[in-house]
Ligand binder design. Structure first.
Ligand code: SAJ
Length: 465
């Protein structure tokens, strides 16, 4: 593009930006941007976080708490409205404490991105029904930034991607918009490590790894994360290595969970309580890391990320059969859990059909209300197909609960299937179940009091115990 037409374009964009500013401010969607400190004021870089979810919002909040001017971009206006008011759109202790104390300006007109120095892409990386990675969110976000950013900006991808994605997908998008990577734009990857519901580890204290296409991008990125996170930031040898770290750490977890899930299935035949065996193995102070069997592996990370590597390796003709096997074992756990329930009902000479079965927990993990890939959904699907009369209670997902309280679901149920180890369910006393005449319990997260429940005359089975 010749210089003068580029300048004309710049003028047009700059002019339109201030027009947008007025409109957005009028609509009340965004703060009045006119008080944006320019870089010359000696202020820190202006940050744009794309995707105000579990990953982007905590990151935006911590950057704002460290004095950055932070802008949150999302297409969900309702979410932006809540964030503007300092309200977290989802239940997350760390956020609910920090958000009211910081200022995150929100916007949804991408042309404002020209005002910003660092763009951090935190959009989801789901897999489709065939478990093939869906890159649309990343491609759309990258295009939006590429078409609206100012020259010299830093772009950091936090979303989980397979090794090679930044080179093969993201970089070309910026080049197509006329940016020379390493000159007009610096592109890096810093895989997210958010652990929802964790009261100890959060975005402010979890170590990170960063990778980039060039030294300048690597330094800018490392400097940025070191300025907001009180933990080591490790520079990887390439952007591809940084992408591989996240995939590896989550595949490691999926494989280890599959290992104990397989043991749970075999030890159950040998009358061995696998959770006691894991506790025993955990007394070894080195070279062992406990994982626990359960009714299934859910969430937007562990059951999803291995597919990125499985699919990527296929391009090179490599079959990650170990990863695939682990995935199939973990995917089989809901059905294995229903088979345990069926065993107990057979002992009571009760069919699944028309029996009142209470499902405790919908969320994929304890103390959060997140249904993504939750095993509970698979359990409900299987039990519905078998004609069960289901009652559901999850205090973190009231909208999808059919019972309004624990007391209510116990009253309505003959048998209980615990699918999420929320703190509200852990160690419910045996007499509580007894009083409600519960006849059998399947403990999908091995968190109930097996001994006393059995002593009270209720049939009890856990996963592997
Ligand atoms: N699960 C088991 N057995 C286990 C651990 C988990 O069945 O021993 C199940 C959980 O019930 C859940 C699923 O696996 O359904 C995933 O559990 P998770 O604890 O791994 O929770 P996530 O999905 O929030 O995973 C996050 C991940 N963090 C990132 O991807 C940045 C993961 O890397 C962390 O290891 C994990 O938190 C964590 O340690 O809690």
């Amino acid at each position: 593009m010749e210089k003068n037409s580029e300048n004309q374009d710049l003028e047009k964009i700059n002019a339109s930006i201030y027009e947008i500013l007025e409109n957005e401010a009028e609509k009340g969607i965004s703060q009045n941007f006119s008080d944006i400190p320019s870089k010359e004021d000696g202020k820190k870089s202006i940050i744009c976080v794309i995707g105000m979810g579990y990953v982007g919002l905590p990151l935006a909040a911590i950057a704002a708490s460290k004095g950055y001017e932070v802008f949150g971009f999302d297409t969900d206006l309702k979410k932006l409205d809540l964030i503007e008011k300092g309200i977290s759109p989802f239940k997350e202790e760390f956020l609910e404490k920090l958000l009211p104390k910081v200022k995150i300006k929100t916007f949804h007109d991408p042309r404002l991105m020209r005002l910003m120095d660092i763009h951090i892409i935190c959009v989801p990386t789901p897999v489709d029904k065939n478990f093939y990675p869906d890159l649309k969110p990343i491609i759309n976000a990258s295009r939006t930034v590429a078409q609206n950013m100012k020259k010299g900006a830093l772009v950091i991808l936090e979303s989980t991607v397979n090794p090679g994605l930044s080179e093969e997908v993201v970089k070309p998008i910026f080049e197509e918009s006329g940016h020379v990577v390493g000159q007009d734009v610096f592109i890096s990857h810093c895989p997210e490590r958010i652990n929802p519901g964790d009261s100890r580890w959060n975005v402010s204290n979890i170590p990170r790894v960063v990778g980039s296409f060039d030294e300048i991008g690597l330094k800018k990125t490392k400097d940025f994360y070191e300025s907001i996170i009180d933990a080591p930031i490790m520079a990887m040898g390439s952007i591809r290595e940084a992408e591989a770290v996240k995939i590896m750490e989550n595949s490691f977890r999926d494989i280890n969970i599959a290992f104990v899930n397989e043991l749970a299935q075999s030890f159950a035949q040998m009358d061995i309580d696998v959770t006691n065996v894991i506790r025993g193995a955990s007394t070894k102070p080195f070279a062992f890391m406990a994982h626990w069997p359960s009714c299934g592996v859910g969430g937007h990370c562990i059951p999803v990320d291995p597919y990125y590597l499985i699919e990527k390796a296929k391009n090179f003709g490599f079959d990650h059969r170990f990863l695939r096997t682990a995935r199939s074992i973990n995917k089989s756990m809901p059905l294995f859990t229903v088979e345990i329930l069926q065993d107990l009902l057979n002992k009571l000479e009760m069919p699944i059909k028309n029996t009142n079965i209470g499902i405790l927990g919908l969320s994929y993990k304890a103390n959060v209300g997140d249904l993504r890939e939750s095993p509970s959904l698979e359990l409900i699907k299987i039990l519905k197909e078998k004609g069960a009369n289901l009652h559901i209670f999850d205090p973190y997902v009231p909208k999808m609960s059919t019972a309004g309280s624990l007391a209510e679901i116990l009253e309505k149920s003959d048998v209980i299937l615990l699918a999420t180890n929320h703190r509200e369910f852990e160690n419910i006393p045996a007499e509580t179940f007894k009083k409600s005449e519960i006849r059998a319990i399947v403990d999908g997260k091995n968190c109930l009091d097996k001994q006393n429940i059995r002593k009270s005359g209720i049939l009890y089975r856990g996963i592997g115990r």
